[in-house]
Design a protein around this ligand. Structure first.
Ligand code: NAP
Length: 315
C-alpha cells in the first residue's frame, strides 16, 4: 500500500507554505505539492512593502525562500508534481499528479490564482515577445523603451511605478476615467513624470511579427480606434496587462463548492463543504488577497486539519 500522508497541500505559495509549516510543526506527515517552483504569484513581485515585518529590501523571492526553508526545517516534504485529478469521496483522499498518486487524511487546496488575460488577437502569440504579466521578471528587457500597462487596480499602478525604473515612458491604459488602485498608490503614480494615462480605453489588438510592434486601442466613450506603433529606433515596446486574476480551481470543479467565478467557498476555519478538505489563500472566496491573509489562511487550515485528523482517525 502506498504511504498515507496526514496532510497533502496542493500549491506552494505563501498559503501552502504557511500551511506546510504549521502542519509539519504539529508533527503531521506533510507533503507540499508544487507545480513549477515554490512561491506562487508573490515571486513575481519585486517589492513586498505591506507584509508586516518585511521592510529591509524584502522581495517576493526572498520572502518565499525563507518560508520554504522554515517549512522544511519543521519537516514538511516538497515534491514537484502537477495535480491533474482529485478524489475526495472517501475518508482517505486521493490526489493524482502527473507523476504519482498521493493519499492523505486531509487535503489543503492552496493553488492560488493566475493573471487574467485580455483575450485579444495577438496577445497569446506575442506573450514573451513583448507581452508580459510579470514586471519583476521582464522589466529589464524594456530598459530605455516604452511600455504600456493595462488596468487600473493596485497591481497595474504599482507595477507601472516599478517599470518606470527601466522604461523611458510608461502609459497606463484604463477602461474608466478613474483608477481602482488604493489612493496612496495612485498619488505616487500621478507624481511620477514618466507615467502617462490613457483613460476610457481598452486594447483591441496587439500586433507584430515575432515581437510587439503596435497596439490597437479603442476609446470606449468616442469609439475612436488608434493604432500606436513602436518608434522606428525602438522597434518594439512592452505590453503588461494587469487586469485581475482568475482562481486556479478547475480540477476541483464538482468536488468542492465554489462561487460563480470559481473561488472555493470556505467557512472561517478554511473548511470547504467536504470533510477533511480545506482551502487557503487566493483560490478561496475572500475580500482581501494578500500575502498576509494567505499565510493566515494556511495556518488556520493546518490547525483545523490537525484537529480533524485527531478526531476522525485517532479517537
Ligand atoms: P483588480 O483590483 O481586480 O483590478 C483589475 C483592474 O483591471 C481594474 O482596474 C479593472 O477595471 C481592470 N480590468 C479588468 N478586466 C479588464 C479588461 N478585460 N480590460 C481592461 N481592463 C480590465 O486586480 P489587481 O490590481 O490585480 O488586484 C487584485 C487584488 O490584489 C486586489 O484585491 C488588490 O487590492 C490586491 N493587490 C494589492 C496590492 C497592494 O496592496 N500593494 C498590490 C497588488 C494587488 P475596473 O477598475 O474598471 O474594474
Amino acid at each position: 500500500m502506498s504511504e498515507i500522508y496526514d496532510v497533502v497541500i496542493i500549491g506552494s505559495g505563501p498559503a501552502g507554505l504557511a500551511a506546510g509549516l504549521y502542519a509539519a510543526r504539529a508533527k503531521m506527515k506533510t507533503l507540499i505539492l508544487e507545480k513549477n517552483k515554490a512561491g506562487g504569484q508573490i515571486v513575481t513581485t519585486n517589492e513586498v512593502a505591506n507584509y508586516p515585518g518585511s521592510i529591509e529590501n524584502a522581495t517576493g523571492p526572498s520572502l518565499i525562500a525563507r518560508m520554504v526553508k522554515q517549512a522544511e526545517e519543521f519537516g514538511a516534504q516538497r515534491k514537484k508534481d502537477n495535480v491533474v485529478e482529485v478524489d475526495f469521496s472517501e475518508k482517505i483522499k486521493k490526489v493524482k499528479g502527473e507523476k504519482e498518486e498521493y493519499k492523505a487524511k486531509a487535503v489543503i487546496i492552496a493553488t492560488g490564482a493566475t493573471p487574467r488575460k485580455l483575450g485579444v488577437p495577438g496577445e497569446a502569440e506575442l506573450t514573451g515577445k513583448g507581452v508580459s504579466y510579470c514586471a519583476t521578471c521582464d522589466a529589464d528587457f524594456f530598459t530605455g523603451l516604452e511600455v504600456f500597462v493595462i488596468g487600473g487596480g493596485d497591481s497595474a499602478v504599482e507595477e507601472a511605478i516599478y517599470l518606470t525604473k527601466f522604461a523611458r515612458k510608461v502609459t497606463i491604459v484604463h477602461r474608466r476615467d478613474e483608477l481602482r488602485a488604493a489612493k496612496s498608490i495612485q498619488e505616487k503614480a500621478f507624481k511620477n513624470d514618466k507615467i502617462e494615462f490613457i483613460w476610457n480605453t481598452t486594447v483591441k489588438e496587439i500586433k507584430g511579427e515575432g515581437i510587439v510592434e503596435s497596439i490597437v486601442l479603442e476609446n470606449l466613450k468616442t469609439g475612436e480606434i488608434t493604432e500606436y506603433k513602436a518608434k522606428e529606433e525602438d522597434g518594439t515596446f512592452g505590453v503588461f496587462p494587469f487586469i485581475g486574476y482568475i482562481p486556479l480551481s478547475e480540477i476541483f470543479k464538482g468536488k468542492v463548492q465554489m462561487d460563480e467565478r470559481g473561488y472555493i467557498i470556505t467557512d472561517v476555519d478554511m473548511k470547504t463543504n467536504v470533510e477533511g478538505v480545506y482551502a487557503a489563500g487566493d483560490v478561496r472566496q475572500k475580500t482581501l488577497r494578500q500575502v498576509v491573509t494567505a499565510v493566515a489562511d494556511g495556518a488556520i487550515a493546518a490547525v483545523q486539519a490537525e484537529k480533524y485528523i485527531e478526531k476522525v482517525f485517532n479517537e
